[in-house]
Design a protein. Structure first.
Lengths: 359, 359
DNA sequence: TAGCTTCGCCGAACCGGTTCGACGCAGCGA
DNA sequence: TCGCTGCGTCGAACCGGTTCGGCGAAGCTA
């Protein structure tokens, strides 16, 4: 069912069919109707490949995310979903590429074979070769997150520094003096992931401002690591009364570790951080946290990218979001109960999940 | 940087370049080397659009998943990730389409404009117009899940019936006599989602076999709904001592509701179901559950689809997986604590959208 | 040395759209 | 009645690959 067939049946030339469908040149009403009728009859839809070849645009966006050796977080999932749906609004499809570096075969195909008109990059690093590469060749792209030098770039980002600062101030306001920071896995920090670095910066800065005693930790993206991390925190400084985390996947383990150590949240210990909002409500006690507006970030990224594609010479734009902290049930005033005396965790009562939310 | 440019610089014809690169006809070593040198020098990669137009294959697979009005579950996320990575192994890219029905614009584009060589469909229904449509036009596709008449189709699926049966038997073996079933949202059940239906079937069947007293519920995909659902369960029959769920997103709320009602898991109340394994370990107590091998399902789906694309006349194949239940900490023997007195449970016939399957 | 293969390469057609220049024809004014 | 304008349509070229038929030169046999 190609355009030639339509043309034959409608008794016109191929170009007339093309113009009738695109509206790029006037076509008489009679002819247009005739063509439309044949098109409807045969349920004709022009081939994407042919169109892409002819006009050099694929109507496809690339979404580049790091290969999830293990699993994705709720945040990342929300991104993907919102990007796809936002793109659909503009009649763009979304091609997924699990690429961590620009030498990945998938990334090469995306760009080299010109499969996409533009790209959205997730989980970027402060020094990101993919971003540098795209900037160098002038390929239209938008990053979710920003590099160390975001000037002149197109991006949407969470202000992780400010968010973590806000978490620290929230805890300090509640009277906490000894606070731990639970970051993403060490491997990601080493690799230079921006959220891990900027979050850590914010933590350090705010803690200094408030004169807090702090320790920072890296923690694997899973429950077991979270649990182990809490054990270390309480071993390193049993007087710790609160923690801030960027690690959504570890929160379940953090909670469990605290419960096993006999620390009740929020009575004895406060937990806060930066996670997806809807997810913060699934844990008990519900997590006081800066809710990541993943859907909005995804949508904004698509808006920006489409604008950039439509206006190649438009000056760079960006959005830096700083969602407020949603107060839920996982933080409370420090010192309501004196921290259990330092001794080894041998005193641990309760091996019970800490599910009690009784008053 | 097109093939003509390469040909000029190498001093050969375009067809020779094509053959040298594809290997579909012999080319002398000298010529091949010369061409390869120019290709390397200019970092030439053939245009995907042009190639797709010429040979009718896009090297792209479509992944059709339901638009997440709200959010995706960990399971779905794992699917997407594993499909993309498995496809990359075969040098296929993956195009995402958020389509619930075959009239969705995105779905139409995928097929009508021939953007993909084949499609993988997620979250299918017992009667699924997308599946019927694809079968009718002979479009190569594989479903994750199966319709009411899976014969002759290509699919990979979890045996939800068997999995839920196993959960019920597990609970019955522990002595539970009054068990509730927490299904996906009512809207999905009505729409005919196969996991919801087959899971319910398995529950009903196994409960009958074991002579259990049961009630079934639908539950929204979020924590608040889970909490409300537990409240209803305990109101409808306070003697209930266990539940089985297919609703991953609700588990956090179920746990919370039980805690608020003073039921300790697993001492007073057992919880089990079908969820992503890594996720089951993030909740406390860790969930005894049939672990959904999402990554394996995704990989198998891609394997099948690629096989179908490579051998258009191959007979249909499928994989039905029945992962074992992983015993964790959320189930235990019934009757450790006598259930609070029965109350008016018998009198409450429950107005659950006709979804209750009580004896 | 004539005749036949075989090898390696070329030219042209094709995939299915888009787009540009040109052309026929109707309507208009002079 | 002639010439001009402008609308509507057509034909051809092009996008960048793939593929088929054929042709010239080299190598072989008779």
């Amino acid at each position: 069912m190609n355009i030639g067939e339509i043309a034959r049946r409608a008794g016109v030339s191929r170009s007339t069919v093309s113009y009738a469908l695109s509206g790029k040149r006037p076509v008489s009403d009679d002819t247009r109707r005739k063509i439309q009728q044949v098109v409807d009859e045969l349920d004709y839809q022009p081939s994407a490949s042919a169109r892409a070849l002819a006009n050099g645009r694929t109507s496809t966006l690339g979404l580049v995310f790091p290969p999830a050796g293990n699993h994705y977080t709720g945040m990342q999932l929300d991104f993907i979903g919102s990007v796809v749906e936002a793109a659909a609004v503009y009649d763009y499809d979304v091609l997924l590429s699990p690429s961590g570096v620009d030498s990945d075969r998938s990334f090469q195909r995306l760009l080299g074979e010109r499969r996409v008109d533009g790209a959205i990059l997730m989980e970027i690093k402060l020094e990101d070769d993919r971003v540098d590469h795209l900037a160098a060749v002038g390929f239209p792209s938008v990053t979710i997150g920003r590099t160390a030098r975001p000037e002149g770039g197109w991006w949407v980002s969470l202000d992780h520094t400010a968010l973590v600062e806000a978490c620290v101030h929230h805890l300090a306001d509640l009277g906490h003096r000894r606070v731990a920071f639970v970051n993403r896995p060490e491997q990601l920090l080493r690799a230079g992931y921006e959220s891990a670095h900027r979050g850590l910066d914010g933590f350090t800065k705010a803690a200094a401002e408030r004169g807090l005693t702090v320790r920072t930790y890296c923690c694997g993206d899973d429950a077991a690591s979270g649990q182990a991390c809490v054990e270390r925190i309480l071993r390193d400084d049993p007087a710790t009364t609160a923690l801030v985390t960027l690690n959504e996947a570890a929160v379940g383990g953090l909670y469990r570790g605290l419960a096993l150590a006999g620390r009740h949240v929020p009575r004895d210990f406060s937990v806060t951080g930066v996670v997806a909002g809807h997810w913060a409500e699934t844990v008990t006690p519900q997590l006081t946290a800066a809710d990541v507006p993943a859907a909005e970030l995804g949508r904004l990224a698509v808006d920006l990218l489409v604008e950039r594609l439509d206006h190649p010479d438009a000056p760079p734009r960006h959005h830096l979001l700083t969602p407020p902290i949603s107060l839920r049930a996982s933080t409370g005033p420090a010192g309501a109960t004196p921290a259990p005396d330092a001794g080894p965790a041998g005193a641990t009562p309760v091996a019970d999940a800490g599910l009690d939310t009784a008053p």
